[in-house]
Each structure stands twice: as structure tokens, then as C-alpha cells.
Design a binder for this molecule. Structure first.
Ligand code: ACK
Length: 659
């Protein structure tokens, strides 16, 4: 037999081990030398060893190895293993002995859990899918939680939702009926997240509750009849409630959304709640070695120092373009904390419309924040440079991206407070990303911010009245700012309220005046802006509703064709206030359609921008056909009602409404 292999070297990589050795001093004078690997899992200090079993994988193989190396994968994390390499030939079996083997003992490192193998749908209704799954085959530690990622199959995979749960099942609520959804699940241990499972697809139902039995069964029939009566009662009460509410505060919609949020979507953590803000930086931002960064040129000046462009090459990854924000020399402790707070905030976000943090450099000077590079810079300057060059659909695409990023932030309970086109960055594919998350930015950084009478600096033109008056900053005040961003985008970077003074802007808004539609702006988009600028913050749409509305407009480009046209109104004059009396007396378009039994056209009206009674009274028969109402009987019914609405309006206003 041969003697033992020599110089056995081990290399541990998480739960894999690579072994290499040299050929033995003596091959036994034969040509048929090969090697076998024995794997033992052991207790502490190499005690109580037992065979590794089937789950461990050897590459290229465990027995009859010709080469002098092997890689062993899928070991358990934090476990002691002893590996023996046996040199064998055709006569080894005659006199096996320990002198033919060499051994090594290693401890594996931590590893994330293996992927979840399968997901089952335990129950499916119109709006809910109840999921369950098994623990991953290799948990590699205690599973702290699972993350379920899901999205509508027909939608862009990048606009997904995440739900976290500590159990192996969850109910995904608030789904659209008869729609296919794709689900992925992953587990998290102290070592981090494992990989997401493969996609699993399930479709929501068209009936309110799962039907058990074959339908001829009398119990089922009874259940369905009782169910229908209950459903009818619910619908009637929902209708009664909805008549008292504005279109954006529908009880059901809100309740659905609330439930959805409280199911476990991640909440943003304010880095200033940490006793030591450096800990927040360590937790949320990756430390990058300065040698991986090449600074190329200065592209701007930020509050804390220069902003540069450059390249980042991390080991094992390809080189990418990055933006580098630097902290200028001579900073105070507070400045360093404030500067790095932006990274602690940004590092918590992961969304295609939120600027992505690559990491920070804090261990040497200058201190730096590294983010993805956005080739086209800030949105306001980019639009001004490209005045009139985009199609309406491209502009709506820009708006959709920003709304989607803001929806993500509001789902995480993060209030931006300074949403404006100057704080959106644009990349080479025209993808817009929300940026500027520093804690002190609203106070110090924004040149637009002005001091208010109550102290504190606020970018007046972009800020909701309640936030200016008593600093009530919420996602609803972010929606107001979003409406201003819509106006900036549709006017290619025009300054909101032109050269009016801040004081005049505050006064005009308080008196009910609003910005008019920019030139060639589709009515539907201007209506959405007006909705964002509702005085009552509860009446403003939620970001989720804005995204849905924009998606509808993109899917139905005809709805964007209707513009104010050659309006008599010069576009630099504010719109007159709408009488609150008039709006509430006439109710919403949805309520009106329901009242005349034409609610089936509700989406056609919304998508085409006929979202207020004032817009509807101008409609002609031709308009009806254009928005997809082809039945002459239905057109007549709606037009007759429109006449009634018009005279009601004239009575309330005491004057003629131009038609
Ligand atoms: O309008 P800009 O070219 O875009 O000028 C400002 C400048 O730095 C000061 O903030 C630009 N900038 C900031 N972050 C980035 C980024 N991630 N990618 C590209 N440019 C950026 C910004």
C-alpha cells in the first residue's frame, strides 16, 4: 500500500471546505494510486464524531480521486468536521492502516439559510392568498424571520411588496381578484438572508369566499344565498359611507391598505434614535476600502463638501460608475454625524426608484458616501435642458417612477419632507430615483428652504399648508409635494408659482388658488395634481393610488390625449378656487355614476381624466364614444344626467358655466 498523503491544507469558506495535499512519499511501487475522503462531523474538541451522511457534497467526487484536491460543500454552519484523506491502491484493502491517511479538523463559519424549497397556497379568496412553506433544508442556525416578496405577474417584477413574518405561513391581503401573483420566500438567521425561493404563482379568486362542495349541495346554496345577502348589505352600507367621503378616502380601500401595511412591511429606523449614530452607519451601510475607489472629477458641491464621479471596483465584482459625496476637512463631530446619517437612511432602502447606496468610507479621510451614478443628474436641470423633447408617455413614465419610489418610502413610514424635482436624479435610461435623505437637509441644505414664522426652514413652494403652518409632515404632505413635482415635470422644469414671493404663495394657497395646467398637460394629469393639493390631507390620494392611476393612464394612452388646448386662461395665472359648496353638493363622479346605474364606466371616466363634476359637465356625445362608452342608450342616459348636473351647478353658482 502507499504511504499517507503529505501537506494537507484546508481552506474554509462559510459552509464549504477546500482540501489540497501532495502525493505520498511512496506509491507502493504501483501505478494505480488514488485517494478517498472520509468526512466526520464532531462535537466540541473533536469528540463524538459521526459520519457526515448524505447531505454533504464532494466535488469532483468522494472516492477514487485522481487529483490531489477536493471541495466539500453543503456542510452545516458553526460545526467541527474532521476530514481524512486516504491514499489507496490495488493492495490497500489487504492491510489497511492509519499510516495511509492524513487528517485535518476544521470549524465551518456562519452561513445564510438555504432557499425555501416550495410554497403552497392553503386558501385563496378574491383578495387574499394564504401561503405556507417548509423550513429550508439547511437552516444553518435559528430562523429569525421569513420574508415574502410578491408582485402581480403582469406587472414589472421590480415593483414588488415585501411582508415579513416569524411563522411559516402568512395571509397576503389586499390583492386584486382574478389576478395572478408571483411569490418568493426567503429565511433570515443571524448570518443574514438566504436566497429567495424559486417563483411560485397563484391566482386570486372571483368569488368572495372559497366554495366548498360541488354547488348542488343545499348547504352550499344556503351559504351562497346568505353570503350574497350579506354582501349586498355590505355593498349598500359601503355605498352610503362612500357618499359621505371623498373619492380618496373610501373606507374599504383604506382599511385594506392599512391592514396591508401592518402585516409586517419593514419600517424605517431613524438613525438619530441610536445612542451612538455610528452604530446605525455600521448596521445599514457597508464599509468600503478606500483603495477600491477612483475619484475622477468633481460634479457639484453639496452642503458637506464636493460631490464627485468615479469608479468603484470591489473584489470579485465588476467595476461600476459611482457618485462620491465627500465630507470636507475640518468638520465637527456633529457635521460628521449629520453627513453620515444620509447613508444610514439610504442604506435601509432597496427599491429601483430610490438612489442606491454602495457604501461608506469612514476609516480614513476624506469620509465618503458612495452611491450609484446617475448619468443625467438632477431632474429639474435635466428637464430644462430638454424642454419639449419628450412624449407625454415618457413624462408619465418619469412620474410613475417617482410615485413608485415614494410609495415604497411611505410604506416604510419614511416622510421625505423635501420632495422636489431638484432632489430626484435621472440615469441614462430615464429612470428617476428619489434622493437626498440627509437629516439636516431641509434645514440647511436646500437653497429653496426659507425660514417660517414658527422657525425652521421649509421649501415653501413644495410644502403642504399644514406642514408650513404647524410642521405636520406626513406622507400626505409628501403627496402635496409630489403634485408640485408633477407640475415641474409637465412644465419641463418651470419654477412653481413663477416669480411670486413665498408670502404670496402661502396666501394664494390659503385662499384656494392652485397652479393651472402646464402647456399641453393632459387634463387627467392636472386633475391628479389638484387632488394632491386638496386642503384636507385625508382627501389627498395615497402614493399607491397615484401609482395605480398613472399605470391606468399609461395602459390607455388615449386618456392622455385630452388637454386644456388653447385655453383662454394665460398659463401664468393661478386657477380660481373651486367653491367647496359646489363640490360637496355634487359629490364625486363615481357616486354620480353609481346613482344613475352607470358605475361600470367609472374606470373609463377616471382614466380619461373626467374625475370631477366640473369636468363632466363639459362632455359631449363624441367624448362619450372616445372614452369607450359605445352603447347609444348609455350615452343618452349619461348625457341627460349631465344636463341635470349642469343646471344644478348653475343654480349653486348663480352664474353660467361655460360649456
Ligand atoms: O444636477 P447635478 O448634475 O446632479 O448636480 C448635482 C450635484 O451632484 C450636487 O448634488 C449631482 N449628483 C448628486 N448625486 C449624484 C449621483 N448619484 N449621480 C450623479 N450625479 C449626482 C447632482
Amino acid at each position: 500500500p502507499p504511504t499517507a498523503p503529505l501537506h494537507l491544507i484546508s481552506n474554509v469558506n462559510e459552509t464549504s471546505v477546500n482540501l489540497e495535499w501532495s502525493t505520498p512519499l511512496s506509491s507502493g511501487g504501483r501505478q494505480d494510486l488514488s485517494y478517498n475522503v472520509v468526512c466526520k462531523r464532531c462535537g466540541p474538541e473533536g469528540t463524538r464524531c459521526q459520519p457526515c451522511g448524505n447531505g454533504v457534497h464532494f466535488s469532483p467526487q468522494q472516492l477514487s480521486l485522481r487529483a490531489t484536491k477536493v471541495s466539500i460543500n453543503d456542510l452545516q454552519a458553526h460545526t467541527n468536521y474532521t476530514f481524512e484523506i486516504w491514499a489507496v491502491n490495488g493492495v490497500s484493502q489487504q492491510s489497511p492502516g492509519p499510516e495511509q491517511a492524513v487528517s485535518v479538523t476544521v470549524t465551518t463559519n456562519q452561513a445564510a439559510p438555504s432557499p425555501v424549497n416550495s410554497i403552497q397556497a392553503k386558501d385563496i379568496t378574491r383578495h387574499t392568498i394564504s401561503l405556507a412553506w417548509q423550513q429550508p433544508e439547511k437552516a444553518n442556525g435559528v430562523i429569525l424571520e421569513y420574508e415574502v416578496k410578491y408582485y402581480e405577474k403582469d406587472q414589472n417584477e421590480r415593483s414588488y411588496r415585501i411582508i415579513k413574518t416569524s411563522s411559516r405561513n402568512t395571509d397576503i391581503k389586499g390583492l386584486t381578484p382574478l389576478t395572478s401573483y408571483v411569490f418568493h420566500v426567503r429565511a433570515r438567521t443571524a448570518a443574514g438572508y438566504g436566497e429567495f425561493s424559486a417563483p411560485f404563482e397563484f391566482m386570486t379568486n372571483s368569488v368572495p369566499a372559497p366554495i366548498i362542495g360541488d354547488g348542488t349541495n343545499s348547504t352550499v346554496l344556503l351559504v351562497s344565498v346568505v353570503g350574497s345577502v350579506v354582501l349586498l348589505l355590505i355593498l349598500i352600507s359601503a355605498f352610503v359611507i362612500s357618499r359621505r367621503r371623498s373619492k380618496y378616502s373610501k373606507a374599504k380601500q383604506d382599511a385594506d391598505e392599512e391592514k396591508h401595511l401592518h402585516q409586517g412591511v419593514r419600517i424605517y429606523v431613524d438613525p438619530f434614535t441610536y445612542e451612538d449614530p455610528n452604530q446605525a452607519v455600521r448596521q445599514f451601510a457597508k464599509e468600503i476600502d478606500a483603495s477600491c475607489i477612483k475619484i475622477e472629477k468633481v460634479i457639484g458641491i453639496g452642503e458637506f463638501g464636493e460631490v464627485c464621479s468615479g469608479r468603484l471596483k470591489m473584489p470579485g465584482k465588476r467595476e461600476i460608475c459611482v457618485a462620491i459625496k465627500t465630507l470636507k476637512a475640518g468638520y465637527t463631530d456633529k457635521q460628521r454625524r449629520d453627513f453620515l446619517s444620509e447613508a444610514s437612511i439610504m442604506g435601509q432602502f432597496d427599491h429601483p426608484n430610490i438612489i442606491h447606496l454602495e457604501g461608506v468610507v469612514t476609516k480614513c479621510k476624506p469620509v465618503m458616501i458612495i452611491t450609484e451614478y446617475m448619468e443625467n443628474g438632477s431632474l429639474d436641470a435635466f428637464l430644462r435642458k430638454n424642454d419639449g423633447r419628450f412624449t407625454v408617455i415618457q413624462l408619465v413614465g418619469i412620474l410613475r417612477g417617482i410615485a413608485s419610489g415614494m410609495k415604497y418610502l411611505s410604506d416604510m413610514s419614511y416622510v421625505h419632507r423635501d420632495l422636489a424635482a431638484r432632489n430626484i436624479l435621472v440615469n441614462s435610461n430615464l429612470v428617476c430615483k428619489v434622493s437626498d435623505f440627509g437629516m439636516s437637509r431641509v434645514l440647511e441644505d436646500d437653497p429653496e428652504a426659507a425660514y417660517t414664522t414658527r422657525g425652521g426652514k421649509i421649501p415653501i413652494r413644495w410644502t403642504a399648508p399644514e406642514a408650513i403652518a404647524y410642521r405636520k409632515f406626513t406622507s400626505a404632505s409628501d403627496v402635496w409635494s409630489y403634485g408640485i413635482v408633477m407640475w415641474e415635470v409637465m412644465s419641463y422644469g418651470e419654477r412653481p408659482y413663477w416669480d411670486m414671493s413665498n408670502q404670496d404663495v402661502i396666501k394664494a394657497i390659503d385662499e384656494g388658488y392652485r397652479l393651472p395646467p402646464p402647456m399641453d398637460c393632459p387634463v387627467a394629469l392636472h386633475q391628479l395634481m389638484l387632488d394632491c393639493w386638496q386642503r384636507e390631507r385625508g382627501d389627498r390620494p395615497k402614493f399607491g393610488q397615484i401609482v395605480n392611476m398613472l399605470d391606468k393612464l399609461i395602459r390607455n394612452p388615449n386618456s392622455l390625449k385630452r388637454t386644456g388646448g388653447e385655453t383662454t386662461r394665460p398659463s401664468t395665472t393661478l386657477l380660481e378656487p373651486v367653491s367647496p359648496e359646489l363640490s360637496s353638493a355634487l359629490g364625486s363622479v363615481e357616486d354620480w355614476l353609481q346613482a344613475i346605474g352607470m358605475e361600470r364606466y367609472s374606470d373609463n371616466f377616471t382614466a380619461a381624466g373626467y374625475t370631477s363634476p366640473e369636468a363632466v359637465v363639459h362632455m359631449t356625445q363624441e367624448d362619450m364614444g372616445r372614452i369607450g362608452i359605445s352603447s347609444a342608450a348609455h350615452q343618452n342616459k349619461i348625457l341627460t344626467s349631465v344636463q341635470g348636473m349642469l343646471s344644478q351647478m348653475q343654480q349653486i353658482q348663480g352664474r353660467m358655466v361655460p360649456v
